[in-house]
Design a protein around this ligand. Structure first.
Ligand SMILES: Cc1cc2nc3c(=O)[nH]c(=O)nc-3n(C[C@H](O)[C@H](O)[C@H](O)COP(=O)(O)OP(=O)(O)OC[C@H]3O[C@@H](n4cnc5c(N)ncnc54)[C@H](O)[C@@H]3O)c2cc1C
Length: 412
């Protein structure tokens, strides 16, 4: 069995590591020639850290990421709505990490280069198309995107498309689908060198309609007594002008969002001061795609953002891609038969990830902030006068179950 994995992002690399660990042949084809540490922060939830630990990656995560100690949500007036311990502090056997996405990708790429046989990671290979021959063999064709030159075709037994939100393979399966769906909000993302806030390892969300999410992501900076503080400012804009194609690397302008946060100076965090410490900012529309009725066509299937791009709420983008990788590799290893394995994988993963896409459209776990702001626009004395404790607990627990990181299942 030879697997052709399209995309060397988080999902593709973890799929290769999983298959390789189970003794299966995996080749990764990544469009860019050199993987650079692009992006800013992402979160790894304990269930996917458990998978990465089994692949031998835990010490690498510990060397770069910050084990999240707690989550806290505040209103736009700086009033606390909800807080809870997370990761090891909450009793999970595995940590949750706030981590720099690019450093994580480079760490996984290094691990994959160490573990996979030489010549199995192909960079500068952009998938142009593929076809399935009789007998189930897949032939994939590639180009060098910089020069446009055609590269040699590659034959395999299964094609796993981990090629992100603009997946070539998804577009081939669903030619009518078009661009991702935009909800009218823009996210401005960056990271600033600054002192951490609250517990020092808090993942913090402020504001329900206009939002600021922030958490520390760099062990290296923490060791120096400071912090690399990832942040994302988000609000709805005038949609009449539309928005250019989603690009993780498009630079934004501070003047487009900073004035909206001018009054967000709280005793636990001075938001404008944190924003002003960043050198550059990137802008990305809040987009996702509808859950699909089917991921697998013949011997080709979708994984990660190619299968279920979702709003970046609740720490699920990378985490769900990693769970996909584990499920797919285990199915291929257990069943041997590729068609049966793809069917089991899709059965296990398509429904749950589709539910997260839909739940994130209604606000994910952050919805409690909006509820508090709507129910008490002038603020409150006690949050319990506005949202009963049981309701807050239920929303948090439900989201953990939906995304499958409730403590009992992860530790079992
Ligand atoms: C450059 C970049 C920066 C990002 N920054 C952030 C961030 O700051 N915060 C955040 O929450 N999420 C970010 N993301 C998204 C986040 O990484 C994903 O949501 C999550 O990790 C799931 O990963 P994935 O592997 O499914 O997709 P991705 O991480 O998007 O990886 C897809 C990979 O496929 C490659 N690829 C695309 N098309 C082809 C093709 N035709 N042939 C071969 N290879 C192809 C891409 O170069 C990329 O490496 C970023 C993604 C990218 C690509």
């Amino acid at each position: 069995m030879k697997a052709l994995i399209i995309g060397g992002g988080i999902g593709g690399l973890v799929t290769a590591l999983e298959l390789n660990k189970l003794g299966l042949e995996a080749h990764v084809f990544e469009s860019v020639g050199e993987v650079k540490p692009l992006g800013v922060g992402i979160n790894l939830l304990p269930h996917c850290v458990r998978c990465l630990d089994a692949l031998g990656a835990l010490s690498r995560l510990e060397a770069i990421g910050i084990p999240t100690a707690d989550h806290a949500y505040y209103t736009n007036r700086g009033q606390r709505v909800w807080g809870e311990p997370r990761g090891l502090a909450a009793g999970y056997k595995w940590p949750q990490f706030g981590i720099h996405r690019g450093e994580l990708q480079v760490a996984l790429m290094d691990l994959a280069r160490e573990k996979l046989p030489a010549g199995h990671i192909h960079t500068g290979y952009h998938l142009a198309g593929f076809e399935e021959k009789s007998g189930g063999k897949i032939v994939a064709s590639f180009i060098d995107r910089r020069s446009g030159a055609k590269l040699e075709d590659v034959e395999g037994d299964v094609l796993i498309a981990a090629d992100g939100i603009h997946s070539t393979v998804r577009a081939k399966f669903y030619p009518e689908e078009g661009p991702p769906k935009w909800n009218g909000a823009i996210i401005w993302r960056s990271a600033s060198i600054a002192k951490p806030f609250l517990s020092g390892r808090t993942q913090l969300g402020i504001g329900g309609r206009q939002t600021f999410i922030t958490y520390p992501v760099s062990k290296h900076e923490e060791d120096k007594g400071s912090g690399l503080i990832n942040w994302a400012a988000r609000f709805f804009v005038d949609t009449s002008k539309g928005f250019a194609r989603e690009d993780w690397n498009r630079e934004g302008r501070f003047e487009d969002f900073l004035p909206r946060y001018e009054n967000w100076r709280f005793d636990f965090l001075d938001v404008p001061a944190l924003i002003e410490k960043a050198e550059k900012v990137w802008e990305f529309p809040m987009v996702d795609r509808d859950p699909l009725p089917r991921w697998t066509f013949g011997r080709a299937t979708l994984l990660g953002d190619a299968a279920h791009p979702m709003y970046p709420l609740g720490s699920n983008g990378a985490s769900q891609a990693i769970l996909d990788a584990r499920s797919l590799a285990q199915a291929i290893s257990d069943l041997g038969d590729i068609d049966a394995a793809l069917a089991r994988y899709e059965d296990e993963r398509r429904g749950p990830t589709g539910n997260i896409v839909l739940r994130n459209r209604t606000g994910g776990p952050e919805v409690v902030i909006r509820m508090a702001e709507e129910r008490a626009p002038d603020g409150f004395k006690s949050i319990e006068d506005v949202i009963p404790r049981e309701e807050l607990e239920r929303i948090s627990a439900n989201y953990k179950q939906l995304a499958r990181f409730d403590i009992a299942s992860v530790n079992a």
